[in-house]
Write a protein that binds this ligand. Sequence first.
Ligand code: BEZ
Length: 305
Amino acid sequence: MQLRHLQYFVAVAQERSFTRAAARLHVAQPPLSRQVQQLEQELGVTLIARGTRPAVLTEEGRVLYEQAVQILDRVEEMRATMRRMTQGRRNVFGIGFVGSTLYGNLPGIIRAYRAARPGVELILLELTTLEQVMALKEGRIDVGFGRIAFDDPDITRQLLRNERMVAALPSHHPLLATPGALSLASLCAEPLIAYPKSPRPSYADQVLALFRERGLKPAALLEVRELQTALGLVAADAGFALVPASVERLRRDNVTYRALDEPLALSPIFMAHRRADTSPEIALVTELIRDTYCRDGTASPLLQT
Ligand code: BEZ
């Protein structure tokens, strides 16, 4: 059995048509059909019910499809790793990050990495947490920093720290007239401005869950694409937003940040890398983050390992 047999079979299964699969693979239909037949003969099973349109998988076909997809994904990952290793020799290191990590420790860590590896070309890509998973597998980045917990057998995810959330309110808001941390319940009289609207799940879902899990509902929900838009709308008196505490560095007219009296209003920061990547670069980045946390006295699971 050759990889091509699996590729052709998977294409027919996904397109549910020999004609469309042939077009997708840029091959003629007769050789495509022959490859699928050869696979069936070798395995001694029928994979695709004949004479049906669209092409329907048999029970054996469905089982083989699940496994074939995994094998092809694995092969693609292997290719990506080899590509990265070749690039590694060209001294390239890719970092993916969600925008809000730039308000935290990421810029300092990037500076420290540059200082430690002056000859390495850094590729910096702003990507959602889920886009980072794909980019890691494709070898476009080597490490990703995001805020969403995900599970993928090929990716190692490490919690770096849990960051407090704070409320961003219009500066003249009556809730700010008295000092002290704000309750989530007191904020519910106002519209919640949540970001990013898509893709989901996202940081917006962490914020929404915080209210939902306490049986609370803000007066209205306004979903926007980015943090900057959310803060702009806060400045325009359109409501409040919950943002990671490091965003307080982002000063804006008519936006005031205030702590929350809710200890579980936390947004995690995760580091992700390919499980198979045992290069010294991952160890170096981890060490730089550890140093930063040690210096700042930041509580982190990294400091317990
Ligand atoms: C942090 O803010 O702690 C952080 C953000 C991105 C990468 C590493 C650390």
